[in-house]
Design a protein around this ligand. Structure first.
Ligand code: NAI
Length: 342
């Protein structure tokens, strides 16, 4: 009968629960810009995490409905909404991870740098609140131009005396997600297996997929390398053009950001095998910020992984040198913005 079947399923679930250690939902995550194109699907994906006990959704408008909606999902975390500057501080109290997708996205014809004038100020204001209310949290910056907004965040945190370079992350995960997808498609590989490190920054030519370091190792002709590299660098623009004025990547970005949040939570939870690519304070090159593979631990960045930058192909070495002036200029622009007198 149905009742017997149900009872046997319940018993099976009970047995499994006693054998497999279920992760304890205990972390608080805040999303700033939670009502936006990225914020909403990202909040949904974080709501599905077994590691999250509390999900704080902040935006300047429209966040109440998003929170009410999400709160009906029967997953562990409670969902709280915070609207407007008056509630920003409260949204950050006791939070372990802050994710920032607040700001305007690109329209066709725009570069990420064209967003600077609006988004730089938004990130500055939000980071000031993070510094005042949860200075120990992991900070994930999604708002573009990431190449500049991360240096802005670092400067603001320094001004507030709470900068911890190990806990500030520019989210470049989408570049890795795209690289993995495109390489797997091109070579007919199982998606789950493919891992391409992407280094440099997160805009145009500063995005440098190290295809020679793909795992499992793949053989690519020079033409294939050039074609894949350009596609990965312009993938964001592919989406901007397809959306034709309605914004940039939101769903794949939410997927990528959720993966980075989950990795961070696993690291906080004591998993000692967590690696991601991220744009961070770095000593791997002469630039103060650089995206590379990093090991994440309880205290944030535990190690930068230098080996990806060793033994590069000639193509990669040239591309690395070519991206440095642009990345340097974007970093300096961010630092200058954060330090200019109001
Ligand atoms: P959107 O316009 O759909 O959403 C942005 C949200 O931010 C809106 O809900 C808006 O109300 C909110 N917001 C604006 N000012 C705010 C403030 N002061 N405080 C809190 N929230 C504020 O934009 P979308 O598509 O979600 O993109 C957000 C950002 O993410 C853009 O800067 C975009 O360029 C960037 N992005 C980054 C990617 C990456 O790989 N790192 C990929 C795709 C987008």
């Amino acid at each position: 009968s149905t009742a017997t079947i149900r009872a046997s399923y319940a018993l099976k679930a009970q047995k499994e629960a006693s054998v497999v250690q279920q992760p304890q939902a205990s972390y608080k995550v805040a999303v700033l810009g939670a009502a936006g194109g990225i914020g909403q699907p990202l909040a949904l994906l974080i709501k599905m995490s077994p590691l999250v006990s509390s999900l704080h959704l902040y935006d300047i408008a429209n966040v109440k409905g998003v929170a009410a909606d999400l709160s009906h999902c029967n997953t562990p975390s409670q969902v709280l909404d915070f609207t407007g500057a008056d509630e920003l501080a409260q949204s950050l109290k006791g939070v372990d991870v802050v994710v920032i997708p607040a700001g305007v996205p690109r329209k066709p014809g725009m570069t990420r740098d064209d967003l600077f004038n609006i988004n730089a100020g938004i990130v500055k204001t939000l980071i000031e609140a993070v510094a005042d209310n949860c200075p120990d949290a992991f900070i994930h910056i999604i708002s573009n131009p990431v190449n500049s907004t991360v240096p802005i965040a670092a400067e603001v945190l320094k001004q507030k005396g709470v900068y911890n370079p190990k806990k500030l992350f520019g989210v470049s995960t989408l570049d890795v997600v795209r690289a993995n997808t495109f390489v797997a498609q091109k070579k007919n590989l199982k998606l789950i297996d493919v891992d391409v490190p992407v280094v440099g920054g997160h805009a145009g030519i500063t995005i440098l997929p190290l295809l020679s370091k793909t795992k499992p190792s793949v053989s690519l002709s020079d033409e294939e390398v050039a074609e894949l590299t350009v596609r990965i660098q312009n993938a964001g623009t592919e989406v901007v053009e397809a959306k034709a004025g309605a914004g940039s990547a939101t769903l794949s970005m939410a997927y990528a950001a959720a993966r980075f949040v989950e990795s961070s939570l696993r690291a906080l939870d004591g998993d000692s095998d967590v690696y991601e690519c991220s744009y961070v304070d770095s000593s791997l090159t002469e630039l103060p910020f650089f995206a590379s593979r990093i090991k994440i631990g309880k205290e944030g960045v535990e190690a930068l992984i230098p080996s990806d930058l060793q033994g590069l192909t000639e193509y990669e070495q040239k591309a690395l040198e070519a991206l440095k002036p642009e990345l340097k200029a974007s970093i300096e622009k961010g630092i200058a913005f954060a330090n200019k007198q109001p």
